[in-house]
Design a protein around this ligand. Structure first.
Ligand SMILES: Nc1ncnc2c1ncn2[C@@H]1O[C@H](COP(=O)(O)OP(=O)(O)OP(=O)(O)O)[C@@H](O)[C@H]1O
Ligand SMILES: [Mg+2]
Length: 264
């Protein structure tokens, strides 16, 4: 079995239980999006999958191997890359040094240069800025660097926490387009947490809607397009208004709560 399987996952911070039994599956060559309002546990889900937070119970399998009690480093070595919320690049290091840190676990396999070339081909803006400090990049470029850095570890599964956050629509399109390429060209399994529901619905093969630590709806983007629970996730609990929020929009705006526009 390849890809990522999660079964009955629960997680807590001390006595605050945040995840109450999550089931999901991401196959190779598939993008699964998780959407939901602020604080429902999306980041906690990704942290539990990638070993940054030890699950309380449940199973997480990566390419058929149980990883729910493995360390984050072990999980990374087994092929899961986590692109965290807010990017978290090393600001004082150059773009190139950030990439080389991403390639640390796989540095001895003889394919470092190949992967670096590939990552820079995917994100040509990074190639133009290879010796600049990561902190001098725009928000969109830092997101690209965070993704490129994750790819340097040669993952088979990549999990991303709100990569579109704060980016102008054009950049969101670029990021999402790159995810589609990674799925289609490299058969990556992609687990994407997004509050930009339009972006998520545009690229995902399957969507899960979370509310307070559980999955309250799931299906293909087409199946969920008019679902009131999607609207509730988007509006943070108010599912009374009508109309699809994911229908094509000639001038898309980035939804939500904590997005500021970034257009450099
Ligand atoms: N390190 C922590 N310690 C204690 N509680 C935490 C911690 N991180 C998150 N929480 C709590 O867990 C719950 C879920 O948080 P989480 O960050 O997973 O939500 P989220 O869906 O990612 O939200 P957002 O959309 O704002 O990023 C929240 O109630 C939050 O306050
Ligand atoms: Mg979060």
């Amino acid at each position: 079995m390849t890809g990522l399987q999660v079964e009955g996952l629960t997680a807590a911070y001390d006595r605050l239980q945040v995840l109450h039994g999550i089931d999901l599956e991401v196959a190779q060559g598939q993008i699964v999006a998780v959407i939901g309002a602020n604080g429902v546990g999306k980041t906690t889900l990704l942290r539990s999958v990638s070993g940054l937070l030890r699950p309380r119970s449940g199973r997480v399998q990566l390419n058929g191997e149980e990883i729910s009690s493995a360390s984050a480093e072990q999980i990374a070595r087994q092929g899961l890359a986590h692109v965290p919320e807010n990017r978290l690049v090393f600001p004082s290091l150059s773009v190139d040094d950030n990439l080389s840190l991403g390639g640390w676990t796989t540095r001895k396999d003889g394919h470092y240069e190949e992967r670096r070339t590939h990552a820079l081909a995917l994100f040509p803006r990074l190639a133009d800025r290879i010796n600049l400090s990561a902190g001098s990049l725009s928000g969109g470029e830092q997101q690209m660097l965070a993704m490129a850095r994750a790819l340097m570890a040669a993952p088979s599964v990549i999990v991303l926490d709100e990569p579109s956050l704060g980016l102008a629509p054009r950049l969101v399109g670029e990021i999402v387009g790159t995810l589609a390429r990674l799925r289609d060209e490299q058969q990556l399994a992609v687990l994407l947490v997004e509050q930009n529901i339009r972006a998520a619905f545009r690229v995902a093969d399957y969507v899960l809607v979370m509310d307070r630590g559980v999955v309250v709806a799931e299906g293909s983007p087409a199946e969920l397009a008019d679902d009131a629970r999607v609207r509730a996730a988007y509006l943070g609990g108010d599912s009374t208004s009508s109309g699809s929020i994911v229908a094509p929009d000639p001038s898309p705006t980035t939804p939500a709560t904590k997005n500021s526009q970034e257009s450099r």
